[in-house]
Design a protein around this ligand. Sequence first.
Ligand SMILES: CC(=O)N[C@H]1[C@@H](OP(=O)(O)OP(=O)(O)OC[C@H]2O[C@@H](n3ccc(=O)[nH]c3=O)[C@H](O)[C@@H]2O)O[C@H](CO)[C@@H](O)[C@@H]1O
Ligand SMILES: C=C(OP(=O)(O)O)C(=O)O
Length: 428
Amino acid sequence: MDRIRIRGGNRLNGTIAISGAKNAALPLMITSLLTPGTLTLSNVPRLADVRLLQRILQNHGVDITVAGKRAGQTGMGDVMHLSAKDIVDTTAPYDLVSKMRASFWVLGPLLARCGEAKVSLPGGCAIGTRPVDMHLMAMEKLGASLEIENGYVIAAARKGLKGAHIVFDKVSVGATHAALMAAVLADGDTIIENAASEPEIGDVAECLVKMGAKIEGIHTPTLRIKGVTSLAGCEHSVIPDRIETGTYAMCVGMTGGDVLLKDANASHLGAVIDVMQRAGVSVDVKNDGLRIHRNGAALAPVRLDTEPFPGFPTDCQAQLMAMMTMANGTSIIRETIFENRFMHVQELARLGSDIHLHGDTAEVRGVKKLTGAPVMATDLRASVSLVIAGLAAAGETMISRVYHLDRGFETLEDKLVACGADVARISG
Ligand SMILES: CC(=O)N[C@H]1[C@@H](OP(=O)(O)OP(=O)(O)OC[C@H]2O[C@@H](n3ccc(=O)[nH]c3=O)[C@H](O)[C@@H]2O)O[C@H](CO)[C@@H](O)[C@@H]1O
Ligand SMILES: C=C(OP(=O)(O)O)C(=O)O
């Protein structure tokens, strides 16, 4: 199994190109199930999760071809053509779905297009119990009948889905994707209230509109959908990854230096930029991305809660905590989205951090020095928090189980090495 070795202490200087967003690319790929036409996605990141979803979609009969970047195309990722002319299998099996959360989202489109689906209950990062009750409630509201048997959701809507009024009790990215992707082909009007307004939902909604869907209220918590009988193919470019952007911003905040995060979209990062500035890191919005710089001054501690968009994202919580381990004072970080998203705390402790957990709140007492150590990645964002800490720790940090990192960070070592970090992948 690969490991990542970091020799800490180097400042970061240069340019890092931000990849297409994993959490937009995955649901965008799934929208291909809604049309017999060809969906062409550009700026698709080269990630393990994308490859896994390709296998899941191919199992349903989606024909997928991947090519490198085209001339004139913005972004750095692949171009992917997805064509679901015929759905040959409406079952999403356990061995594939259990590895990745987003794969469960095929439920809505399969039901909408085929009137039936059998989808294994999902997996994903082990950061809480992560129920799917709101996904199921939305499908039932849209007229599906559901049973859970042997770990599978078995859903049917033989006469098609019907428009409905769906009100979510709490904000869920996945349940919003599911409801939206099902409602676009339902008969009649659907209103989704308390919808997630994360930029990735907006990206999917905009792609669906290009395919012929009728959606109002995009980027707001109330989505109004008029069902259509069919959708066509289209071309769409995946938005830049705001979580990758926040992560590299925190790498620079941690080490000091001056880095341009090329193609980053500041409008998706308001809460992250605010926290970085409060911590004493300079963030300048440029035409071609975000410039992050910190020269000398100590980091100031911060106090924050994770929240649904536009609040501070839970997917950047571990990275911020790593950065705050060396702040000049005590930071208070409250995790409000997932009940078990502090697995990085005990690994950060191996590097010499001083963090105390009180229920959903971490008290991060800044230390003057971290020291390299062997550590273990436990989930995607927790693993990259260890990279951030390792970049500033004296000596060598060796991170094992880096397959978690490969789910969501494209060529992480190359991007950091290009800015002067001493990072290497040790194979085998
Ligand atoms: C692939 C992807 O895009 N994953 C993201 C998605 O995950 P995911 O879509 O799984 O997260 P949700 O937004 O659904 O979860 C938010 C909260 O709602 C709860 N919940 C969710 C569904 C449900 O049916 N019942 C329920 O109680 C969850 O346990 C959690 O406490 O949004 C999270 C919150 O921004 C991010 O951390 C993940 O990176
Ligand atoms: C938690 C994440 O992914 P998933 O929902 O697939 O577990 C993530 O992207 O940070």
